[in-house]
Design a protein around this ligand. Structure first.
Ligand code: SF4
Length: 641
């Protein structure tokens, strides 16, 4: 993406976000008004804020008895125009607060980045200085420093506020850098020979900077209050410099005579801080959409009477989209299938074909901003797309189990395997600890672990990858779910362990009668394991049918391509491996025709115009390809090779 395109895309995303977040928009509008008033105070102020007129002291505001339009907010005890002092007070308050944020934030950000990335003695020294500083209450420190100064200028206040808060930014940024620098993509960059400066600037910095402006905005509101508080206590700007805090202090003295006076600065502080907090809240969500709700909020679907099914799971026209700033990405497009009791449905496709999003849609654990927008997911008579969150929580883990690809990151590293298994069993089966522990041991034996007591005592990181995945299977199967979704559970394992696990999973499925959705990118794995094979491409089902038919008589060119690319189950009539040319389509820019057309050797004119519908090609066997419905002439004339 070119720089102008990237800017346009970021602008679109921001616009969409602001239109959806009315509170942030309101905060931004209010803050803009305060900022503009402060910026144009010299022009907007009807009087010099320091100009005294003892003939007009304590005049009421224009709308009260005795007030005049010449002094819209009245005058103070020295006859100074309150409106002018409020505007100049806003100017100084914002100036001091913004400059303090830049000083503290800038210093803290640099310290956080350097100490987090390089560590060593510099980290130790700077963090201990920060610890000492944090031991003093911030406001008391500010009061102690400013209290001894006879003349307090904006620069002094900025210095005190900024230099006493740098450590907060430094701590937060440092912890983010510490976590980021250990990630695989950073290690990979270092392995490729990237210098420290390059890794820091190109890899770490882009992933941690977002936290600084959010903390900065929160501190901005805090500084507005602190600046006013210091002025109220006569420790802020030296009088007669206008400040909301000093107007508040004057108002308090004459409250019995001029009750309106403290209201203006009080209201100004309240609205300014409120607007800043609303913007800060919005910024946090904008930089990390997951903060909005954790998992994606469920899209309200129109109520619909679920079509009765004798199957364990019946998915119909399921559509899942991600609403991104640059547009709508359809990750799962009108997918339909059924799964009988004890059956295995193997879902296969390249990365990005929508397999995992389909699984997360079924179990209703999509990440923001994904949402199921159409279709139904009928599981044992209940439409999961429409049940309440509470009902869904009751089904997850108990009736529907899920195994993820990386068992190491799916198990809690700070709890023993035994604790995690016992907790799960107690929660779902309402067992006492003794019974749950016995069942946990049995569950480990069930997945072929010969020394269950040792594994129960172990932490996940003390186990091998294969053993961790066995534990995950034991966790999921110990409660005998009706449906198990296994999302590439053996991808990270060696071939021998993979075969052992699949064999055990298959035995368990037969023993317990659990239906299984097995997701993989390796079609060869399904050759012995699945009852039904479903091939996905670009979020759509391109072929589905009994394993024997799909593997031996593939009808869709994509399925044929997948089979030709693995040695174990090559399509009939082929004697050498061949890769599918090209790449999957960009999901942000789907075509109206067959999504496989740009890579298909048989593509015809109609393929680029019309997306083919699924057509029956045998008992329980369907494929979506124009080749299956076109005349021989069209096929002969349309192929590209
Ligand atoms: Fe190929 Fe056309 Fe069939 Fe798509 S519809 S797979 S492009 S022949």
């Amino acid at each position: 993406m070119s720089a102008p395109d990237a800017r346009a895309s970021a602008g679109r995303r921001l616009t969409v976000f602001l239109l959806a977040r009315k509170s942030t928009l309101a905060g931004l509008a209010l803050f803009a008004v305060v900022t503009l008033a402060a910026a144009f105070a010299p022009v907007l102020s009807p009087y010099d804020p320091l100009e005294q007129d003892l003939n007009r002291v304590l005049l009421p505001p224009a709308w009260a008895d005795g007030g005049s339009a010449a002094h819209p907010l009245g005058t103070d005890p020295l006859g100074r125009d309150l409106a002018s002092r409020m505007l100049w007070g806003a100017r100084l308050s914002l100036l001091i607060s913004v400059a303090s944020v830049l000083l503290g934030g800038g210093l803290g950000f640099i310290v956080g980045i350097v100490t987090g990335y390089f560590g060593g003695w510099l980290d130790a020294v700077l963090m201990r200085i920060g610890d000492v500083q944090l031991a003093f209450p911030f406001v008391l420190l500010a009061i102690a420093v400013l209290g001894v100064s006879p003349e307090r200028t904006p620069a002094q206040l900025i210095g005190v506020l900024g230099l006493t808060t740098w450590i907060v930014y430094a701590r937060v940024v440092r912890s983010r850098v510490l976590s980021e620098r250990e990630k695989d993509y950073v290690r990979a960059a270092r392995a490729l020979g990237a210098s420290s400066a390059r890794v820091l600037l190109r890899y770490v910095l882009p992933n941690v900077w977002q936290v600084a402006p959010v903390i900065g905005m929160l501190y901005l509101g805090f500084f507005v209050i602190v600046e006013s508080l210091l002025s109220f206590l006569a420790l802020g700007l030296t009088p007669p410099t206008p400040s909301w805090g000093s107007i508040l202090a004057d108002g308090r003295q004459f409250m019995m005579v001029t009750p309106w006076m403290p209201i203006f600065p009080g209201l100004a502080i309240l609205l300014t801080v409120l607007s800043i907090n609303l913007v800060a809240d919005g910024m946090a969500d904008y930089f990390d959409p997951k903060l909005m709700k954790g998992y994606a909020p469920r899209h309200p679907l129109p109520p619909r009477m679920a079509i009765a099914s004798d199957k364990v799971l019946a998915v119909r026209d399921l559509t899942t989209v991600f609403r991104l700033g640059a547009g709508v990405l359809t990750a799962v497009n009108r997918v339909s299938f059924e799964l009988g009791s004890g059956q295995v449905l193997g879902i296969v496709g390249e990365s990005g074909s929508g397999k995992s999003v389909l699984a997360l849609s079924i179990i209703q654990l999509l990440d923001a901003p994904g949402a199921v927008t159409e279709g139904e997911i009928v599981f044992l008579g209940k439409d999961l797309a429409r049940v309440s969150n509470a009902e869904m929580t009751g089904l997850r883990g108990r009736r529907i189990g899920m195994i993820f690809q990386n068992a190491g990151s799916s198990l809690n590293p700070v709890l023993t395997v035994g604790y995690q298994l016992v907790e799960t069993l107690r929660q779902h089966l309402r067992l006492n600890s003794e019974a749950a522990r016995t069942k946990a041991r049995e569950a480990l034996e069930m997945v072929g672990i010969g020394d269950p007591d040792r594994v129960l005592r172990a932490y996940p990181f003390q186990l091998s990858g294969g053993m961790q995945q066995r534990v995950m299977i034991a966790l999921a199967m110990s409660v005998q779910p009706a449906l198990l979704i296994a999302d590439e559970p053996t991808t990270a394992l060696d071939v021998t362990t993979q075969a052992q696990l699949l064999e055990r999973l298959d035995e368990l499925r037969r023993e317990l009668g659990t239906s299984v959705i097995f997701i993989t990118h390796d079609i060869a794995l399904l050759a012995d394991f699945a009852d039904v094979v479903m091939v996905m491409y670009a979020g759509q089902v391109c072929e589905i049918g009994p394993r024997g038919r799909v593997i031996r008589e593939p009808r869709h060119p994509y399925t044929q391509g997948l089979l030709n690319s693995v040695s174990r189950v090559r399509a009939p009539g082929t004697n050498r491996l061949s890769a599918i040319p090209g790449d999957p389509p960009d999901p942000m820019h789907p075509s109206t025709g067959c999504p496989f057309a740009p890579r298909c050797a048989y593509a015809m004119a109609v393929c680029r115009e019309v997306n083919p519908a699924r057509t029956g090609v045998g008992p329980g066997h369907e494929a979506a390809c124009h080749l299956l419905t076109s005349t021989p002439e069209a096929v002969a004339g349309g192929g590209t090779s």
